[in-house]
Design a protein around this ligand. Structure first.
Ligand SMILES: Nc1ncnc2c1ncn2[C@@H]1O[C@H](COP(=O)(O)OP(=O)(O)OP(=O)(O)O)[C@@H](O)[C@H]1O
Ligand code: SF4
Ligand SMILES: [Mg+2]
Length: 332
């Protein structure tokens, strides 16, 4: 049973403002995406910068409204259509599906004490449920302990902490209302590599202890494979491959997923060892693209004429494993 089910979600942004908006230059940030997150499951959305991960996540909590598509939240035998939620119902939904931002320095008010940072968004609903200020303090102290900080830290300002500690405070804040789903948007990518492992292990502990579901967003496929049960690989707003993490790690099929793994191993698109000082590879000229085509075709080493003239759909290559590629037989 899924806790969140997303079907055919689409969002495009108008790049022009005011009068010029009518002439419409658009970016299709998210293009007909469908996936689901099971109860207690960690689902990863992975892809390069600008592929639409954050836009997808923001639609899940209605920071952006989808242009089309459906988001269903299943909780306690009820199913909620997230697109239809208004005011109080939306606020309650956001208690259950919480967003943790990439950059804790920007998402935490440096002038507030850690206690105020933790409770400011949830004092009112908790008080309405009969929670006293003393109980709120105890709850905040217990959650701070859970994320590896101390009760005395409640009185300090968030600006007094390191990047990793601030991310712990961010995570603690998201846990206070005991959510069902945590959306972690690049929560480790702004941190030093040594700290990344500590925060990932903290999230694994929380996951195990609380039995929560996760949407884990990352551009690093290996990090996502470490944390997630299943992964959706995004490119230019579309899902290109979806599979259990272990399958993907063992045997990625889509040319783009393979490229992501080889970039992580330091191998460039031309097959040589990647070197940030060397010039970008010169691409061979590609056939003229008319209408529908595979969005990865201009970069794909396996592209054929068909790829520049037709848009590939998703094909299941084995149970739970789908790819968007005409050449999936070749890719296997
Ligand atoms: N508010 C906005 N207005 C206009 N375009 C936007 C807006 N938000 C995102 N975009 C565009 O939509 C596309 C997807 O952006 P998004 O932030 O979702 O990507 P991302 O995968 O999260 O990237 P990153 O890894 O850099 O965070 C990009 O082309 C981006 O420029
Ligand atoms: S459809 Fe063609 S261009 Fe697209 S990923 Fe597959 S082989 Fe490459
Ligand atoms: Mg993003």
């Amino acid at each position: 049973m899924s806790v969140l089910a997303v079907s055919n979600l689409t969002k495009r942004f108008n790049l022009e403002a005011g009068f010029f908006a009518r002439f419409g230059r658009f970016v299709n940030a998210v293009n007909d995406i469908s996936f689901s997150i099971g109860k207690k499951e960690a689902y990863g959305l992975v892809g390069e910068s600008g592929c639409g991960k954050t836009t997808t996540a923001r639609m899940l909590v209605r920071m952006y409204n989808a242009d089309s598509g459906e988001i269903l939240f299943h909780n306690n035998d009820t199913t909620i259509s997230v697109n239809d939620l208004k005011k109080e119902a939306l606020r309650q939904y956001r208690e259950k599906v919480r967003y943790v931002f990439q950059d804790p320095a920007r998402s935490l008010n440096p002038r507030m004490s850690v206690y105020e940072v933790l409770v400011s968004g949830c004092r009112k609903p908790l008080k309405q449920r009969g929670v006293s200020e003393k109980q709120l303090w105890e709850k905040a102290a217990a959650i701070l302990d859970e994320v590896g900080l101390q009760t005395a830290d409640l009185e300090k300002r968030s600006s007094e902490f390191s990047g990793g500690q601030r991310q712990r405070i961010s995570i603690a804040r998201s846990l206070l209302m005991e959510p069902e789903v945590l959306i972690c948007d690049e929560v480790v990518s702004a941190l030093d590599v040594s700290i990344q492992g500590q925060i990932l292990n903290l999230l694994l502990d929380i996951r195990e202890k609380r039995g929560m579901s996760f949407l884990f967003i990352a551009h690093d496929l290996k990090v996502a494979c470490y944390f997630c049960d299943r992964i959706g690989v995004m490119y230019r707003g579309e899902l290109m491959e979806e599979a259990p993490s272990a399958d993907l790690y063992r045997e990625a099929h889509h040319p783009y997923t393979k490229l992501l793994f080889s970039s992580a191993a330091g191998i460039s698109e031309s097959g040589s060892k990647a070197d940030s000082q060397s010039p970008a590879p010169v691409r061979p000229s590609v056939p003229e693209m008319k209408g529908e085509f595979c969005s990865f075709a201009p970069r794909c080493p396996a592209a054929t004429e068909r790829c520049f003239n037709e848009h590939p759909g998703l094909t299941q290559i084995k149970p739970g494993h789908t790819i968007r590629c005409f050449n999936f037989e070749l890719a296997q």
